[in-house]
Design a protein around this ligand. Structure first.
Ligand SMILES: C[S@@+](CC[C@H](N)C(=O)[O-])C[C@H]1O[C@@H](n2cnc3c(N)ncnc32)[C@H](O)[C@@H]1O
Length: 289
């Protein structure tokens, strides 16, 4: 029988030896989430004895975490903006930097406006916007059937019923529909970068959500080339991408002649991580399909 502070120390040592960067934070989260405590309660309870069955569960998941399984997959959920999304290894774990994209979309979307979330994964962007903007009409697409079923499950659990989900290779199933906003967090990791990723990502997260051919640019390029006919006049698009890809996408969007106000936007760590653009009035209006 351990006390909370002893169990925390044990996990901290185990995680540190396994090379996990934020070992203390992860130990705290694992214990407090399973115990049903917040961080302050965990601190206040540190001398209390951990119930035997809880200790067993924490130890079992701690062991798997030390084997570099991501904490969110072990818990089965991830926090994103103000919602909790269920996640499994079939969807990417939503990243904190993507919250900047959501904040931009929430601020930019006109009243009653429409949003297309390209590559929705767990539903993170679509559902976080829906949660903040009940007036919005949202479509979310993904090429992955298992990802879509998790996204749909999240929408039902969160009762965010204004989101429609479609299985689609980029715009293929969207037909001639137009939107006020398109949000694209598509795969953009190169094969070389992928080989060097931490085991949490490389071994456990779905490769389909991470990599793309052509130096990680193939899907972003297709989306940029096909997007204009799916935007209303004055409609806007935002891409999340690697900072090194920003100049290439900015050049490509400008070269299509379909976009104006092409601009880079920074994430919370002041890295250029997003490109936004506005559909110009001269852009072609016919969507293929
Ligand atoms: C980087 S993940 C982003 C997931 C989610 N939007 C988020 O921010 O957490 C990219 C997503 O794009 C999806 N995807 C990959 N290729 C696609 C394609 N051709 N068409 C639509 N979605 C695609 C993947 O299945 C994955 O869910």
């Amino acid at each position: 029988m351990s006390r909370y502070f002893e169990l925390r120390r044990e996990l901290l040592d185990k995680f540190t030896s396994a090379g996990i960067e934020s070992a203390g934070v992860e130990a705290d989260i694992l214990i407090s989430e399973l115990a049903g405590f917040n961080r302050a309660e965990l601190f206040l309870q540190s001398d209390a004895t951990v119930p035997a069955d809880l200790e067993k569960r924490i130890r079992a998941l701690g062991q798997r975490r030390a084997g570099r399984e991501p904490l969110q997959y072990l818990l089965g959920y991830a926090y994103f903006m103000n919602i909790r999304l269920d996640v499994s290894p079939e969807v990417l774990i939503p990243r904190p930097e993507t919250e900047c994209l959501v904040e931009w979309a929430v601020d930019t979307l006109p009243q009653g406006g429409s949003l297309l979330d390209l590559g929705t994964g767990s539903g993170a962007i679509a559902l976080a916007v829906a949660d903040e903007r009940p007036d919005a009409v949202i479509t979310a697409v993904d090429v992955s059937t298992p990802a879509l079923s998790i996204a749909l499950h999240n929408a039902e659990r969160l009762r965010l019923t204004q989101v429609r989900f479609l299985e689609s290779d980029l715009f293929d199933a969207v037909g001639g529909e137009k939107f006020d906003l398109i949000a694209a967090n598509l795969p953009y990791v190169t094969d070389e970068e992928y080989a060097a990723l931490e085991p949490e990502v490389r071994v456990h997260e779905p490769r389909l959500a991470l990599t793309a051919p052509d130096a990680g640019f193939a899907l972003i390029r297709r989306a940029a080339e096909e997007a204009a006919p799916h935007l209303n006049p004055g409609g806007r698009i935002i891409f999340e991408l690697a900072p090194a890809q920003v100049p290439r996408l900015a050049g490509l969007l400008a070269a299509t002649g379909s976009f104006r106000e092409v601009a880079a936007m920074q994430d919370y760590t002041h890295r250029e991580r997003f490109i936004t653009a506005c559909r110009s009035e001269e852009a072609g209006t016919e969507a293929a399909g």
